[in-house]
Design a protein around this ligand. Structure first.
Ligand SMILES: *Cc1c(COP(=O)(O)O)cnc(C)c1O
Length: 395
């Protein structure tokens, strides 16, 4: 198999990736790097992971033929229903995997960072399930903006610690989590929520999320007599749902991959999160990747109506997919995404997360062939976004 798009042993995807970490974090990251693959390949690990995905998360999620949407766009559209996962999004695939790994490393205390709160909720959920202590770092501003998810995490028994430095949002919460890990190297495990951070996180998270494309292949074969679609479309914040949806198609160039970033109020508006277009190579949270920064290398604040997409970088895999041309990168504005989200409600009776609605917006931007099979990864459900939908449309 051609492995060009998979991480090297040192965690490089082309020129991107690696592990740029402070000396004091080295023992933790190195322990993980040396052990993650062996643990993940253990039959006992795999059977426990698969059993929880089946009985707890509700996998496999359906691959649903969206008939009315297909008619409207004159193509064949399938939705991969990650919105039906327990806790409402794909994130729990990864948190279950990492908590099982942490237990095998003998760790008793779990920390995580969260922006919109979805990764925090998924982590708190799995820690409750396993009876583990859970501390979630969250920017002070995000704590105010995402009150329902803060309440969920507390109900699930997690402690939510505010990050009060910098812009008091996701990247500051990440810095606090890293500081905690440095101070508690022996008993603590840090669960990162996307395909970002130092190696081995991007590769590990992609492998846990790859269950998405592993399921798509037999599901599509059953419905269409072939296991590969013509297109796979997914939104990209850090890039974990896209990495999972692309994973088993990466080396098959007949499958066109479309990653959709948040263009906010417009790519050139100064209020955007279109990292591939606007970003330059730099280092963020231990990884060399494309990131939005000023001339002198200060990280630019990202903006999107969708809290799950406003990360100033993308995972190193995606930076490589972008620069190598393997994936096409599209961008959807707030308005395009909101309209596409509402359209899915009316044509298919599914209220999507606003993140996922960015992927749906590509249907208006480009024409697909009548016989093309287009798989769109519906990363999450829109319940958490009701207030945003209500105020945007004046419902
Ligand atoms: C967090 C989140 C995203 C963005 O994260 P990725 O790592 O890019 O997948 C997308 N959709 C939903 C529903 C999310 O909760």
């Amino acid at each position: 198999m051609n492995t060009t798009y998979h991480a090297t042993e040192q965690g490089y995807y082309g020129e991107f990736g690696g592990a740029f970490i402070p000396e004091m974090l080295y023992p933790n990251v190195e322990e993980l790097r040396q052990r993650y693959l062996a643990i993940m390949e253990e039959p006992a690990f795999q059977s426990e992971f698969q059993a929880l995905l089946t009985d707890y998360v509700g996998r496999p999620t359906p691959l649903y033929f969206a008939e009315r949407l297909s008619k409207k766009y004159n193509t064949r559209i399938y939705l991969k229903r990650e919105d039906l996962c327990h806790t409402g999004a794909h994130k729990i695939n990864n948190t279950i995997g990492q908590v099982l790994l942490a237990k095998r490393l003998g760790k008793k205390r779990i920390i995580a960072e969260t922006g919109a709160g979805q990764h925090g909720v998924a982590t708190a959920t799995v820690c409750a399930l396993m009876g583990l202590e859970c501390i979630v770092y969250m920017g002070e501003i995000d704590i105010q903006r995402q009150a329902p998810n803060v309440a969920r995490m507390k109900m699930l028994g997690a402690e939510v610690r505010p990050a009060t430095s910098g812009s008091k949002t996701l990247k500051d919460a990440t810095n606090e989590a890293i500081r905690d890990w440095i101070n508690n190297p022996v008993d603590t495990y840090y669960i990162i929520g996307s395909v970002v951070g130092p190696h081995p996180y991007p590769d590990m998270v992609a492998r846990f999320q790859s269950v998405i494309s592993a399921e798509i292949q037999p599901q599509l074969f059953e419905k269409e007599g072939r296991k590969n679609p013509d297109y796979v479309i997914a939104c990209v914040g850090g890039g974990s749902n896209a990495a999972g949806a692309f994973y088993h198609f990466l080396d098959d160039s007949n499958v066109q991959l479309i990653a959709v970033e948040a263009a906010g109020k417009g790519i050139d508006s100064g209020e955007s999160a279109a990292t591939s277009t606007l970003g330059k190579t730099g280092i963020i949270h231990g990884s060399k990747t494309l990131l939005m920064q000023s001339e002198d290398g200060q990280i630019t604040e990202p903006y999107s109506i969708s809290a799950g997409l406003d990360y100033p970088g993308i995972g190193p895999l995606h930076a490589h997919l972008f620069t190598s041309g393997r994936a096409e990168f599209a961008a959807a504005t707030d308005n395009e995404a909101m309209q596409a989200g509402l359209e899915l409600c009316k044509t298919e009776g599914i209220i999507p997360a606003i993140e996922s609605a960015h992927a749906l917006a590509v249907l208006e931007q480009r024409q697909f062939g009548t016989n093309d099979i287009v798989v769109i990864n519906l990363s999450g459900r829109g319940d958490k976004d009701l207030n945003t939908y209500i105020s945007y449309f004046g419902l």
